[in-house]
Design a protein around this ligand. Sequence first.
Ligand code: OOG
Ligand code: MG
Length: 255
Amino acid sequence: MSDLANAAQIVDEAARTANAIPQFTGDQALGLDDAYAVQALSLARRYARGERRVGFKMGLTSRAKMLQVGVDEVIWGRLTNAMRVEEGGEVAMESYVHPRAEPEIAFLLAEPLSGDISAVQAMAAVEAVAPAVEIIDSRYQNFKFSLGDVVADNSSSSGFIVGNWCAPESDISNLGMLLEANGRVVQAGSSAAILGHPVRALVAAARMVAKWGETLQAGDIVLAGAATAAHHLQPGMNIRVSVQNLGSASFSVRK
Ligand code: OOG
Ligand code: MG
């Protein structure tokens, strides 16, 4: 097995069995090209188990997120059907290593998007926008990783919840976004914290995934990246993300 396939097996098994792994350091350290290759190989293992790609997630598109994890480059990952949690649904702590929730905006695409496009072109391809929660779970010990580590680990993707879809004409440039845990606001921010405007995350997604041989397809969901830092999940916790004018998305963790 090649080193990259071996690394893909390690991150995939860590995610599948919810076990923490050490970072790839020294000889094993992953450059960005290799890290995206590992991500693709680890996703191929999921597809072989019957999972389907349903979209993409952008990560580290806000200052707050970059600061929280100490990596300051925009990254992306792949979303599969197995990661989707229904609105109001319940998850189990045992499925994750050390999960966190974060407030996001989701796009649903009516048309494919690929390569260098403008914000106007990107919005023209959007069928709907929605409030969303992402559940991230780094598979690395202590949630500590380098850029190469996190990219190889599918950018910490592990779950997502999408609220009601809203008209694509909705002005999403500067909407208040709240993350509540058990009814208490634990993070507050604005959609403007996402690269200045969440549509820029969609523009970046089209360009970045194309660089690695992927295309945003009609029907895909694209998460723009969190507007605030993420919050640790605990058993019994109820999480709700509210986005001004759009609505909310929520889920809970089993006791
Ligand atoms: C990396 C994934 C970042 C976001 O929305 O910024 C991300 C991580 O924080 O573990 O999903
Ligand atoms: Mg995220």
